[in-house]
Design a protein around this ligand. Structure first.
Ligand code: AMP
Length: 126
């Protein structure tokens, strides 16, 4: 269900197509709730995307409408992937873009995991 400020979910978005196996991806993890794969244009030595299997545009509609078990399952998967990739020490960054001001390109909720090197400032100052 869309939330104010977001359009309806587009079943043809690229991550929906990755979930259906129509487009290849380099998967690193999958479970009942989530799929994780390498970003096609990595911005850090490790740059992995974690997406829910469900049809959510972004964090806003996910937390507003997803069942509790799905929310828990998704965020547990994020933590699991970070651990499995060996990112916990010496650390990593989690980021999720929502909407135009954040520059969200793909309208299916995704969490970026960045790691493998010191990542620098959180945001480039305007
Ligand atoms: P965002 O700007 O937060 O929406 O991020 C979208 C991300 O998806 C970008 O980092 C892209 O490099 C990545 N991306 C786009 N197409 C693909 C693809 N086919 N496989 C993996 N990553 C992709």
């Amino acid at each position: 269900m869309p939330v104010s400020g977001q359009g309806p979910y587009d079943d043809q978005n690229i991550f929906a197509r990755i979930l259906r196996g129509e487009i290849p991806s380099r998967r690193v993890y999958e479970d009942e709730w989530a799929v994780a794969f390498h970003d096609i244009a990595p911005q850090a030595p490790v740059h992995v995307l974690v997406i829910p299997r469900g049809r959510y545009v972004a964090l806003t509609d996910f937390v507003a409408t997803a069942p509790d078990a799905e929310i828990a399952g998704f965020f547990r998967a994020v933590g699991h992937v970070a651990r499995e990739l060996g990112l916990e020490q010496p650390g990593y960054r989690v980021l999720s873009n929502m909407g135009v001001h954040a520059g969200q390109e793909v309208p299916h909720l995704h969490v970026h995991l960045f790691g493998g090197a010191a990542l620098g400032p959180m945001l480039v100052k305007a």
